[in-house]
Design a protein around this ligand. Structure first.
Ligand SMILES: [Zn+2]
Length: 77
């Protein structure tokens, strides 16, 4: 009985993880994208990088100075 419920739980978790990813991609509001202006700052060396928002989200962009893949969006007020 316990085995069965564990299996069910795992299925549920992977499903929510998947749907969460899709949810984030779909839910990213256009207004936010405009606010960020496709400019990001490397978390390691603080280099500014201009790249399409979607590429940053998908991890396809790496910092040209340190090669890091962690970026922070720059907000312009
Ligand atoms: Zn960097």
């Amino acid at each position: 009985m316990i085995k069965w419920s564990n299996k069910k739980n795992h299925g549920f978790l992977s499903l929510t993880k998947k749907t969460l990813g899709v949810f984030i991609l779909v839910k990213f509001p256009e207004a936010e994208i405009r606010k960020f202006r496709n400019v990001f700052v490397c978390r390691k060396c603080k280099t500014k990088i201009k790249a399409p928002n979607m590429k940053i989200i998908q991890g396809k962009v790496s910092c040209r100075r340190c090669g890091g893949k962690a970026f922070k969006a720059v907000r312009k007020k």
